[in-house]
Design a binder for this molecule. Structure first.
Ligand code: C2E
Ligand code: CA
Ligand code: CA
Ligand code: CA
Length: 278
């Protein structure tokens, strides 16, 4: 038995060792991904459920790795946050998304663009100026940019986060609380935070109408949004039943595979045209 235990232990160490090497390699590859043009953005339409219009798009990052293929953002964003490279990557995302928004505006389709902002980015001292500079460079009105932040962004330094979000708000940028209800939600934060939108995480939408708890949670977030005068966006809407329920329940905005998966810019433009012709 002892022998077995020993072997087991060695196997265990070897696999951790492998994991560390994998992660180091991933970090190294990621540090070159920007320069090697392996990153790009896809855009998922956000739909107004009342008017049935596409009101904007969420920009989502994609990494096409030369040998691994598509690496999901849930795998590499945490790595980029841990080593700080999210600051540079996030600035690239913002730049790229604003460039795209300017293109769409000049083509006669002025859409709001939602960009995910990491808690690590929000902690940067120059972040507000960097964002405002980016808007100016691309001549994008601030009202056309929405920043999606998670509740963890508020946790490390609440007053610093509040001050920065206030500055962004005063400039005309709107703020959405992403993954609402999955983190350390606190109604105190919501009261203090200059936010305009709540995003219901897809984990509560997935089993909407099937799972009673999830349905109640979604209802509660919609009601909370109403009473605090925040618009509510449902994420991960995949079925007509979910769409119907949410729109009846008073949720104004939705995104999800039911409408469209995230798309490259050209396909996104085609989608918008087709959707509005329906
Ligand atoms: P998120 O911000 O909560 O984004 C929503 C995720 O749900 C996206 O996954 C999207 O593709 C996916 N999704 C949308 N509709 C549906 C649906 O109907 N069904 C299902 N099952 N999924 C749907 P994605 O693109 O893999 O991104 C994962 C996460 O990575 C994002 O979650 C966000 O936290 C992070 N991320 C992506 N791009 C960026 C970025 O540019 N910056 C930062 N900081 N984080 C990003
Ligand atoms: Ca998001
Ligand atoms: Ca989410
Ligand atoms: Ca997320």
């Amino acid at each position: 038995a002892k022998q077995n235990g020993h072997n087991h232990f060695q196997f265990y160490v070897a696999s951790i060792d492998q994991e560390i090497r994998d992660r180091k390699q991933l970090e190294k590859d990621l540090s070159q991904a920007l320069a090697n043009h392996q990153l790009h953005l896809v855009y998922q339409p956000q739909i107004n459920l009342e008017s049935k219009r596409v009101i904007g798009a969420e920009a989502l990052l994609r990494w096409e790795h030369p040998t691994r293929g598509m690496v999901p953002p849930d795998t590499f964003i945490p790595v980029a946050e841990a080593n700080g490279s999210i600051v540079e990557i996030g600035q690239w995302v913002l730049d790229q998304a604003c460039w795209q928004a300017a293109r769409w505006a000049s083509d006669g389709t002025p859409l709001r663009i939602a960009v995910n902002l990491s808690a690590v980015q929000l902690r940067q001292e120059t972040i507000v100026d960097d964002i405002l500079d980016t808007l100016r460079r691309h001549k994008i009105p601030a009202g056309r940019l929405e920043l999606e932040v998670t509740e963890t962004s508020f946790m490390t330094n609440l007053s610093d986060a509040v001050a920065k979000l206030h500055r962004l708000n005063r400039a005309g940028i709107s703020i959405a609380v992403d993954d609402f209800g999955t983190g350390y939600s606190s109604l105190t934060y919501l009261k203090q935070m200059p936010v305009q939108h709540l995003k219901i995480d897809k984990q509560f939408i997935q089993d909407l109408l099937v799972n009673e708890e999830d349905t109640r949670i979604a209802n509660t977030i919609i009601d909370l949004g109403k009473s605090l005068n925040l618009s509510v966006v449902a994420e991960g809407v995949e079925t007509a039943e979910q769409e119907y329920y949410l729109s009846q329940r008073g949720c104004q905005l939705a995104q999800g595979y039911f409408f469209s998966k995230p798309l490259p810019p050209h396909e996104f433009e085609t989608f918008v045209k087709g959707f509005h012709e329906q």
